[in-house]
Design a protein around this ligand. Structure first.
Ligand code: I24
Ligand code: DGL
Length: 271
């Protein structure tokens, strides 16, 4: 048993799609979340900058005595997961490996598509992971730079969203039987994506797959939080304004939560 919280990091609020899955699958676990909304989105940024920012988020979570760190962001995982995992002595989980192995399980004709931010696609990490697990699978990746702005402007069900998703995904239609949603925001566009790709294409939500892996890991290392503790206090930190984070998060998670502002410079210089 290990009653310490699980730490989540993300470039902003998108990682809350992973948190929502955790709350559904593992409601007993306590959460510390940090979202770097002041510097979001990470997707269009250069790799070195993303690496530096991600380390700041990791170091902040380490000051919160977490038992595990979850990279609830595909872009941060693509750039920095391997090196952070190698440097820490607690488990570090990224969203990319769980999504990759779920796609391999799901594909029937070994044709997997991945949609993600420009940086995740540039890193080619999904193709590398999938091919390392099964070299006979073909991976086609597509950057969808217009999808995050669509979600963030409340357009998830609009006719503009349908038009943009249709135009963007056309090159993948008929070419893949399984499609990985390789960005935290994309589950919010899932109905439209499914509609454009057709009912036979299996969509993989990397975040949901990641929570299944977290569960396996907690059991394997016997580090679940005790069932006898019935009170838990999740805390969500944001590097930008508390009010807008709180509005989005409470609306998404359907519960009231505790949100605090953090300035990473100050938090990390107190060490
Ligand atoms: N969804 C996301 N980010 C936003 C947004 C949104 N604004 C409206 N909706 N803004 O991500 C990002 C910039 N903010 C973040 C907070 O600090 C200031 C800057 C996707 C959310 C994933 C859980 C639409 C919206 C919403 C509530 C729930 C879901 C949703 F308002 F898509
Ligand atoms: N969280 C990011 C991801 O999953 C999307 C938003 C961003 O670009 O920062 O790739």
């Amino acid at each position: 048993m290990d009653n310490r919280p699980i730490g989540f990091l993300d470039s902003g609020v998108g990682g809350l799609t992973v948190v929502k899955e955790l709350m559904r699958q593992l409601p007993h676990e306590e959460i510390v979340y940090i979202g770097d909304s002041a510097r979001a989105p990470y997707g269009p940024r250069p790799a070195d900058q993303i690496r530096e920012y991600t380390w700041e988020l990791v170091n902040f979570l380490l000051t919160k005595n977490v038992k595990m760190i979850v990279f609830a962001c595909n872009t941060a995982t693509a750039v920095a997961w391997e090196e952070v995992k190698a440097a820490l002595d607690i488990p570090v989980i990224g969203v990319i490996l769980p999504g990759s192995s779920a796609a391999i399980k799901a594909t029937r004709h070994k044709k997997i598509g991945v949609i993600a931010t420009p940086m995740t696609v540039t890193s080619d990490i999904y193709r590398k992971k999938v091919e390392s697990l099964d070299p006979s699978v073909r991976v086609t990746s597509l950057a969808c730079p217009r999808f995050v702005p669509l979600v963030e402007s409340n357009e998830t069900g609009s006719s503009l969203a349908k038009k943009v998703v249709y135009e963007t995904l056309t090159p993948l239609k008929g070419r893949v039987d399984t499609l990985v949603l390789g960005c935290t925001h994309y589950p919010l566009l899932r109905p439209i994506i499914q509609n454009v790709m057709g009912p036979d294409v299996k969509l993989i939500d990397s975040g949901a797959e990641t929570v299944r892996d977290i569960s396996v890991l907690l059991n394997y290392f016997e580090i679940n939080r005790s069932r006898e503790l019935n009170h838990k206090q999740d805390v969500f930190y944001t590097t930008a304004g508390v009010a807008s984070f709180q509005t989005i998060a409470e609306n998404w998670l359907h519960q009231s939560i505790s949100v605090e502002h953090v300035s990473l410079k100050e938090a990390l210089s107190d060490e």
